[in-house]
Write a protein that binds this ligand. Structure first.
Ligand SMILES: NC(=O)C1=CN([C@@H]2O[C@H](COP(=O)(O)OP(=O)(O)OC[C@H]3O[C@@H](n4cnc5c(N)ncnc54)[C@H](O)[C@@H]3O)[C@@H](O)[C@H]2O)C=CC1
Ligand SMILES: C[N+](C)(C)CC(=O)CC(=O)[O-]
Length: 480
């Protein structure tokens, strides 16, 4: 599959990275000679963070090409995403050029504010043009607001939503077009209030950021606005909340539509405070700090199958069937070493090696059909014994893979050898014995025939492999 990305700035670069890391070939067109350097920098960040969200290996990365003309970029594209600067006349010119070559391809715009009917004006084929508004960093945040106009082709829009899901995004379909869609209306309201607070000398940029990140920003990231306020109404819920805080809206606490004058004085005040607050980091450093924090948040939400984490789980589930079943060297999981995994010795703490092994054995169990539905039916595999060997030091940010070899298996027992590796070099091995149990009875019992069929197929394929030299090794034994 080929995506054409027109405009390779902050957002175009993010789209390119998301498509590439999900296995699409990508052609970028941007007349700025510096665009390839900037996209490479975005791609480097994306490679560090996006794979760490996934428990199923991402497909092989697609090919990136910088096209020398817009026509070359869009020729043969299955999907086109326009991310040029936010000017309607420029976007119209770009669409005219695109649709001379590719009039039928889906043509999404990253526009933060324009309505699709504005974008479609004068187009060769308005029906294929729509808004697909992403959030920065596009390669990590799942939301894309998908906004059609009455002139858009509904079947094409459904196809676009499938494409976005296939690259791990959450398409939020807006039923009516509106300036700035849904999310940017909030962002703008908050932004306007913040500018007033700085201009009026009430708060600095740093104090405003603390007000967000120490409190309500954390709530919004996992429950949004209405669910959060429902809880704030206590046991009486939303009705009590509205009765208590509804009247404040008329006082008013906010300046609403009043916009501060963007004169040099205000720009210097905000830019100066922002330099004092964050100028000790480069933008690239801030991006990497942001990305690693986002990976941490998103992984927690994924563990809880909640909010944006649920989107990540669904993306893994959709790719799980494509994982090679019989190849013992193929990684079953990928992990990135997160800040909270580092101990006082400055490397990954020992319990995380067991965690990496558990993620790997869980992946094997899902492959053979001993998944969460199977567990809900009252059967599971329990770990009876684990032997861990620590062979290397995993450090913050390292990308680890987990692969498994089945050493032996019968109706009740599963004996496996797992290798946790960095850049193909083992940092740990874990040998494990798992027992199949009837959970209600608290006793071992034979696994279901369908599970055994899959398990024995893997066991028999792995029987041809050399037995790992360290299998069966005990503490205190000589070097193996
Ligand atoms: N920066 C942000 O936070 C977000 C921006 N957006 C939207 O994404 C779009 C792009 O914004 P950014 O990436 O931030 O801007 P940017 O300024 O980083 O990138 C725009 C790119 O478009 C290129 N360009 C200009 N004319 C072109 C042409 N004729 N053909 C191909 N490329 C051309 C420029 O060289 C530049 O690299 C805008 O519509 C914006 O509203 C959407 C979500 C978030
Ligand atoms: C500031 N902005 C309007 C360009 C922001 C967006 O469109 C979305 C985002 O990523 O915040």
């Amino acid at each position: 599959m080929k995506a054409a990305i027109i405009g390779g700035g902050v957002i175009g670069g993010g789209w390119a990275a998301r498509f590439l890391l999900n296995g699409w070939d990508v052609a970028v067109f941007d007349p700025d000679p510096d665009a390839p350097r900037k996209i490479d920098a975005v791609l480097d960040n994306a490679k560090l963070s996006l794979p760490a969200l996934s428990d199923v290996p991402l497909p092989a990365m697609g090919q990136l090409r910088f096209a020398t003309s817009l026509a070359e970029a869009v020729t043969g594209a299955d999907y086109i995403q326009e991310s040029v600067s936010e000017r309607l006349d420029l976007k119209h010119r770009v669409y005219a050029e695109i649709q001379q070559v590719a009039p039928d391809a889906p043509l999404g715009s990253s526009t933060s504010g324009y309505k699709p009917s504005q974008l479609q004006q004068g187009a060769i084929n308005p029906a294929t043009i729509f808004v697909a508004h992403p959030f920065n960093p596009v390669y990590l945040l799942p939301l894309a607001e998908v906004v059609p106009s009455p002139a858009s082709d509904p079947a094409l829009i459904e196809g676009v939503k499938d494409i976005l899901r296939s690259i791990g995004m959450f398409p939020l379909h807006l039923r009516k077009e509106i300036d700035a869609h849904i999310a940017d209306r909030f962002l703008e309201a908050v932004w306007r209030e913040a500018l007033w607070l700085v201009k009026d000398g009430i708060a600095t940029t740093a104090e405003i950021d603390e007000a967000i990140r120490m409190g309500f920003g954390l709530r919004w990231g996992q429950m949004g606005l209405f669910e959060t306020y429902r809880i704030a109404g206590g046991e009486a819920g939303m009705k009590h909340f509205l009765a208590q805080f509804g009247p404040c809206l008329t006082w008013p606490w906010t300046k609403l539509m009043d916009v501060p004058d963007f004169n040099d004085e205000l720009v210097d005040l905000i830019a100066g405070q922002s330099d004092a607050q964050s100028g000790h980091h480069t933008i690239r450093e801030l991006e990497r700090i942001r990305d690693s924090n986002l990976v941490g948040f998103l992984r927690v939400l994924k563990d809880r199958d909640w909010g944006a984490g649920r989107v990540l789980k669904a993306h893994d589930a959709a790719r799980r069937d494509t994982v090679p079943v019989l190849d013992a060297a193929a990684p079953l999981v990928r992990l990135q070493v997160l800040p909270s995994w580092i101990d006082y010795n400055g490397h990954m703490t020992e319990s995380r090696y067991l965690f990496a092994g558990s993620e790997t054995s869980d992946a094997l169990l899902r492959l053979i059909g001993a998944d969460m539905d199977y567990v809900a039916g009252g059967h599971s595999y329990y770990t009876a014994e684990t032997h861990i060997r620590h062979l290397g030091e995993a450090k913050l940010g390292d990308h680890l893979t987990g692969a498994v070899q089945v050493l032996a298996a019968d109706e009740k027992r599963l004996h496996i050898f797992m290798t946790i590796a960095r850049d193909g070099q083992a940092v740990a091995t874990l040998e494990q014995m798992l027992l199949h149990v009837d959970m209600a009875a608290g006793k071992t019992c034979p696994a279901a025939p369908a599970v055994l069929d899959r398990l024995f197929a893997i066991r028999d394929a792995h029987a041809a492999l050399p037995r790992p030299a360290a299998a069966g090794r005990q503490i205190g034994q000589g070097k193996s």
